[in-house]
Design a protein around this ligand. Structure first.
Ligand SMILES: Cc1cc2nc3c(=O)[nH]c(=O)nc-3n(C[C@H](O)[C@H](O)[C@H](O)COP(=O)(O)O)c2cc1C
Length: 322
C-alpha cells in the first residue's frame, strides 16, 4: 500500500461522492478520496453513467477507484480505462455492496459466502496492473461472523491485497445500525496489511473510537460527510489535540452548500438544472439539523429550478445573518 499521507479517507459513496462532492470535501480538508463505485461491466461497455463517475480534474488527487465485478478480463479492462483517465493510487474491489441486484449477480457482499474467486481476481489483477489492489469487505451476511471475516481477510492478504477496508456491519444491516468493532479488531489482528475501519464514523469522537477499539490504521468517512465537508479537518484536529466542539454554524454551512451546488451545476450543466431532485438531495444534507427542517424540505422540493433554490438559500442566509 502506498503512503497516502492520511488516516482519514472519504469513502466510496454511490450516487453521492461525485466530482463536486470531492472538490468541496478537499476544499474543507479531505486529503484522500474515493471515486464512487464503478460497475466494471458498465464501464467496459461504455455506459454514460459509468463514464460520468470517472469525471475528475488534475487537482482531484490523491484518489482511489473502486470496481464492482468478478470477471477477470472485464475487471482488468475496466481498470485500464480508469488508469487512462486518472492516476489512481490503488484499485479497490467491492466485496461489500449489500444491494439485492448486486448480490444476485454473485458480486459485492455476496463474495463473503464464497471468496475463492475473489482471491483469484486479486492475484490476477495484481500481476497485471501497476497499482496496488485492495478490498472493501463486510463482517458477515445475516449476522456478524468473525471467523469467516478473519478467514476472508487472510485469504485476500495471501492473494496479494495491499490493504483492507472493513465495514463493521453484516450485509443485513446495509449501512445503518450497530457496528462490530470487535470484528474489525479481529481482522486487524489477523493480517499484517493496513486495515481501515468503516461504520458510524459520524464525528471526531466516533472516529477516535473506531481507531481505539479496533487498532485500525485509518477510517473511512461516509455518511458523516453528508452536508458536512468540515468533518475531515475536525477529525484530523481531534486526533491531534483531543478538542472538538460540536457546532452548527448555519452561515458556514450555507456557504458550503452554495459552493457545492454551483460546482454541481457547473459540472452537470443543464442536466442537473432539469433535475431539481439531485440538487434537492444536496440541500437536504446541509439543512439537516436546521430549525424547521421539515418546512424547508417542502420548500426545497417545491423549487422548480436552480434559480428558485438559490433564492431560498439566499433568504435563509439573510435570516441567519440578521
Ligand atoms: C449512499 C451510500 C452509498 C454508498 N456507496 C458505497 C459504494 O459505492 N461502495 C462501497 O464500498 N461502500 C458504499 N457505501 C458504504 C460506505 O462506504 C460506508 O462503508 C458505510 O456507509 C458505513 O459507514 P458510515 O456508517 O460511517 O456511513 C455507501 C453508503 C451509503 C450511505
Amino acid at each position: 500500500m502506498p503512503n497516502i499521507g492520511t488516516r482519514i479517507i472519504l469513502a466510496p459513496l454511490s450516487a453521492c461522492s461525485d466530482l463536486a462532492y470531492r472538490v468541496i470535501a478537499r476544499e474543507y480538508g479531505a486529503k484522500f478520496c474515493f471515486f464512487e463505485m464503478i460497475d466494471a461491466h458498465s464501464l467496459v461497455y461504455d455506459s454514460p453513467r459509468a463514464n460520468r463517475i470517472l469525471r475528475t480534474t488534475p487537482s482531484d488527487q490523491p484518489i482511489a477507484a473502486q470496481l464492482l465485478g468478478l470477471d477477470q478480463e472485464v475487471m482488468l479492462r475496466a481498470a485500464e480505462i480508469i488508469l487512462k483517465r486518472s492516476p489512481i493510487r490503488f484499485l479497490d474491489i467491492n466485496a461489500a455492496c449489500p444491494a439485492r441486484k448486486v448480490f444476485k449477480k454473485g458480486v459485492g457482499s455476496c463474495l463473503f459466502k464464497n471468496p475463492t474467486p475473489l482471491y483469484e481476481l486479486i492475484a490476477y489483477l495484481r500481476e497485471r496492473l501497476p497499482v496496488p489492489i485492495t478490498v472493501k469487505m463486510r463482517v458477515g451476511l445475516t449476522r456478524v461472523d468473525i471467523p469467516q471475516a478473519v478467514q476472508m481477510a487472510q485469504g485476500c492478504q495471501s492473494a496479494g491485497a495491499s490493504a483492507l477496508f472493513v465495514h463493521g456491519r453484516p450485509r443485513a444491516l446495509e449501512n445503518y445500525g450497530e457496528v462490530s468493532y470487535e470484528a474489525i479488531r479481529a481482522v486487524k489482528q489477523a493480517v499484517s496489511i493496513p486495515v481501515y475501519g468503516s461504520g458510524n464514523v459520524l464525528n471526531p469522537p466516533l472516529a477516535k473510537k473506531m481507531l481505539d477499539l479496533t487498532g485500525a490504521d485509518g477510517v473511512l468517512i461516509a455518511k458523516g460527510s453528508f452536508g458536512n465537508p468540515f468533518i475531515f479537518k475536525e477529525v484530523e484536529d481531534y486526533l491531534q489535540t483531543g478538542l472538538w466542539t460540536p457546532r452548527l454554524n448555519i452561515l458556514e454551512k450555507l456557504s458550503a452548500l452554495k459552493k457545492h451546488l454551483l460546482l454541481a451545476k457547473d459540472i452537470d450543466g443543464e442536466r442537473l438544472n432539469l433535475r431539481i431532485g439531485e440538487m434537492g438531495k444536496i440541500c437536504l444534507w446541509y439543512l439537516k439539523g436546521f430549525q424547521e427542517a421539515s418546512r424547508l424540505r417542502t420548500k426545497v422540493f417545491a423549487s422548480r429550478n436552480s434559480a428558485e433554490l438559490f433564492d431560498l438559500i439566499n433568504s435563509l442566509e439573510d435570516a441567519a445573518a440578521r
